[in-house]
Design a protein around this ligand. Structure first.
Ligand code: URA
Length: 446
């Protein structure tokens, strides 16, 4: 029997027994599931077989291509230069896209970014942007492309016809305990990046308590799987494994994170966020064909933050996408005052003297969700003004009674629930914690 005639049962059986599937089998299975010919119970069995048996690089690339082929693809080929995209595997306090998109664009590299909403303990760029009054993240394909052409940057939500098979499969994975499989995650992420049409992508693969990959080793395996898919299907991809043991920056929650991103663009951001922005941004700039070395790219980005060009690009992006028209840098500084604010606050204080030995990103993310900043189910709304301001991070010394963090919420019950969880995220000890690198390493060309 020809390979592409294998029945769904035969494909499942083959994978269950650890054999390699050929591309035609993967293609027909994905197509069958996308069109509804293959029911959920067969797809669930297939996913579980893949979960236990894995997919090699070849099979993963075939799955990725099959997902891409289930829908339409953005055509950005008419835009000048190499259009660059970035993707983060998701974290807590991760507002890097808000800084990177205008910054890299200010360096002369067009950035076309399709983003998502947050789920569970991780935030989503679209929720953060929704806190800017009037901001539209539902650009049509034509609007999105025209904006990348005119101002060199756009951030929008993914249209429904991009990779529909991934949407369906992801929903099934979510309820069948098959989300955290490296080939399935890699194919899911890369299919969306390929369909989004950029010429190159930088992947920020998070490692630590708040990430999919709890340890750097599995983050590197995921990074390698994604970069390999890029090589197989012709999308230039580089990955940076970055730390997500504690939240990134000093804020978690939508409006609070927009404010911190803005401060970073004005050269006043926290050190860890700035460093990650410079590392990812240098990779994006080089892939976009600007600069000859990482040092040169980094120096350019530092200058664009210093001279106001990156902030100016953010101002133009906000206004192009329906947000307030702000007058220069002074106008931008008024943006935080226009963002929603949750009216109630509660302080978390140190219960003893000591070093902050742990600041668990997952616990902080769950605390932010409890405060109203995140959603547990796809259809829930979020409180854009709710969240957390961290005042201390891992390695800081604190005296008993000193303020560790401030929780923001719109209702007393949410404030209490979030404050309790937030205080559990901090562990104080007399000994300083072992330092953890912020950048664990890179995979790909760099
Ligand atoms: N994000 C995705 O887009 N897909 C996954 O499978 C996991 C995270």
């Amino acid at each position: 029997m020809a390979a592409d005639r294998s029945t769904p049962y035969e494909v499942i059986l083959k994978k269950r027994d650890g054999a390699k599937l050929d591309p035609a089998e993967i293609r027909s299975f994905v197509r069958g599931y996308a069109t509804g010919e293959i029911p959920d119970y067969l797809a669930a069995a297939f996913l579980m077989a893949v979960y236990f048996r894995g997919l090699d690089a070849f099979e993963t690339a075939a799955l990725t291509q099959a997902l891409v082929d289930s829908g339409s693809r953005l055509d950005l080929s008419g835009l000048p230069g190499v259009v660059v995209d970035k993707h983060s595997t998701g974290g807590v306090g991760d507002k890097t896209s808000l800084v990177l998109v205008p910054l890299v664009s200010a360096a002369g590299v067009p950035v076309a970014k399709l983003s998502g909403r947050g789920l569970g303990h991780t935030g989503g760029t679209l929720d953060k942007l929704a806190s800017i009054p009037g901001f539209r993240s539902d650009l049509s394909v034509e609007e999105f492309t025209a904006q990348v052409d005119s101002i060199g940057a756009a951030i929008s939500g993914q249209t429904a016809d991009l990779v529909p098979a991934d949407k369906k499969l992801y929903a099934l994975r979510d309820v069948t305990a098959t989300v955290d499989s490296i080939p399935l995650i890699a194919a899911s992420v890369m299919s969306k990046k390929i369909a989004a049409g950029a010429g190159a992508v930088v992947l920020d693969v998070k490692a630590g308590a708040g990430a999919f990959a709890r340890d750097p080793e599995s983050a590197f395996r995921l990074a390698e799987a994604m970069v390999d898919i890029g090589s197989e299907v012709g999308l230039v991809a580089e990955a940076v494994v970055t730390d997500m043991e504690q939240p990134l920056g000093m804020t978690v929650g939508n409006a609070l994170e927009v404010e911190e991103a803005l401060l970073t663009l004005l050269g006043e951001g926290p050190r860890d966020l700035l460093e990650i922005v410079l590392v990812l941004g240098s990779a994006m700039v080089l892939l976009g064909g600007v600069g000859n070395s990482e040092a040169e790219a980094r120096a350019l980005l530092v200058e664009l933050l210093r001279n106001g060009a990156a902030a100016e690009k953010f101002r133009r992006l906000i206004s192009a996408q329906g947000g307030p028209t702000l007058d220069g840098t002074d106008g931008l500084r008024k943006l935080p005052g226009m963002l929603p604010r949750a009216p109630l606050t509660a302080v978390v204080e140190a219960s003893s003297d000591g070093y902050v030995a742990e600041l668990n990103a997952l616990k902080v993310g769950l605390a932010a969700s409890a405060l109203g900043a995140g959603r547990a189910a796809v259809n829930e709304s979020v409180d854009l003004g709710a969240g957390i301001r961290l005042l201390k991070k891992r390695g800081d010394w604190v005296d008993r009674g000193e303020r560790l963090a401030v929780a923001h919420a719109s209702a007393e019950d949410r404030l209490e629930a979030g404050r309790g969880r937030l205080s559990e995220a901090f562990v104080l000890r007399k000994e300083p914690p072992c330092p953890r690198p912020l950048i664990h390493g890179k995979v790909g060309r760099g």
